[in-house]
Structures are given as C-alpha cells and as structure tokens.
Design a protein around this ligand. Structure first.
Ligand code: FES
Ligand code: FES
Length: 192
C-alpha cells in the first residue's frame, strides 16, 4: 500500500506516471499537432523538443534560465523550456519557432509569420542564435500589447540575451512587427 506522501507525489505527477522506472507518458499539442511520448521524468522540455521531436529551432544557451534562447510559448505564455520538465508540460499547448510560419501538407513554407517578416526587414539579427527566443518572447508580448512604446519593448525583451547586435536592430524589428501586424489587422477588418 502506498504511503500518503507517495500517493500525493503520484497524483501530482499525473495518472500516467510510472514510479517504478521513472518515466511517464505525456500528451501535448506541439505546433498544432498532437504528440504522445513516454519520457524520463527528469527530461527538460527543451531536450524533449530538440531530441525527441527534432525541433532544434529551440536553442540552448545557458541551460539555467538566464539567456532566454530556449523560450517557447506554453499555453500563451513565453517560458524558458530549459527550466521546465517535459512532464510538467503534459496536457499543454506548445508553440516553437517551427510553428510560426504557415506551411502546406508537405511542410513547405507558404508564408512566414509577420514577426519573422519584420525581423527580416529590419535586419534584426546577425548570427541569429538568439532569434528563436526573442521571436517567441516578442510574439507573446505583442499579443498582450499590440501597440507598445519603445520603452515597453526594451523592458519586455530585456530578459533575452544577444551577444552580436547591441539590441537596437532587434528593437527596431519588434517596432516593424508592430506596424506590420497593425496593417494586417486593418486589412483583415476591411475584408470582413
Ligand atoms: S537555455 Fe534556457 S534560458 Fe538559457
Ligand atoms: S544575433 Fe547573434 S546572439 Fe543574437
């Protein structure tokens, strides 16, 4: 018979947790696709995305929550996937950088996301190692605040590190994204 504490732990880890071998089956939605995998309970969400799903666009820099390179969107919140266990994401919706562009059935890109277009136009990045993290952070931010000031943009992206650009081009890219997304919204309203 389980002790009360063992039962509580088991319950907190979800009904699919297997305490015997330290693995669990998780079900989640990644970039709009349902995914079910058995994972080690200690596997980080970042390693799960990169190693189990081959979504290597999520980059790993510091692996301890400082650089923001591993940022993904979890249920509409930008999170650092190196700090979250894959089992903690059970039942959630994840968007990675690979989920931004619109693709056809063969996975060919039909059109890139307005925020990607904006960064391209503004020449936002140099090596672009930091780009996925900045884009996912900015995307969540602009959904909450579609018309931010420059100061608000600076504040929002201040948790993401870039070792190449000095940040000005990235800020300009987010400002360009604000303009493009506003124009898209106006166009959508006219078409409706
Ligand atoms: S790799 Fe996750 S914050 Fe740096
Ligand atoms: S563009 Fe190189 S780290 Fe940001």
């Amino acid at each position: 018979m389980n002790s009360p504490s063992a039962t509580a732990t088991q319950s907190a880890m979800g009904s699919l947790h297997s305490p015997i071998d330290g693995t669990a089956t998780i079900e989640l939605e990644v970039n709009g696709v349902g995914v079910t995998r058995r994972v080690n309970a200690r596997l980080s969400l970042a390693d799960f995305l990169r190693e189990r799903l081959d979504l290597t666009g999520t980059h790993l820099g510091c692996e301890h929550g400082v650089c923001g390179a591993c940022t993904v969107v979890l249920n509409d919140e930008a999170v650092r996937s190196c700090l979250i266990l894959a089992v903690q994401a059970d039942g959630s919706r994840i968007t990675t950088i690979e989920g931004l562009a619109e693709t056809d059935h063969d996975g060919q890109i039909i059109s890139i996301h307005p925020i990607q277009r904006a960064m391209q136009e503004a020449h936002g990045f140099q090596c672009a190692f930091c780009a996925p993290g900045f884009l996912m952070t900015a995307l969540c931010f602009l959904e909450r605040n579609p018309a931010p000031t420059r100061a608000q943009i600076r504040e929002e992206i201040s948790g993401n590190l870039c070792r190449c650009t000095g940040y000005q081009s990235i800020i300009a890219g987010v400002e360009t994204a604000v303009e493009i997304m506003a124009a898209d919204r106006r166009e959508g309203a006219q078409d409706a």
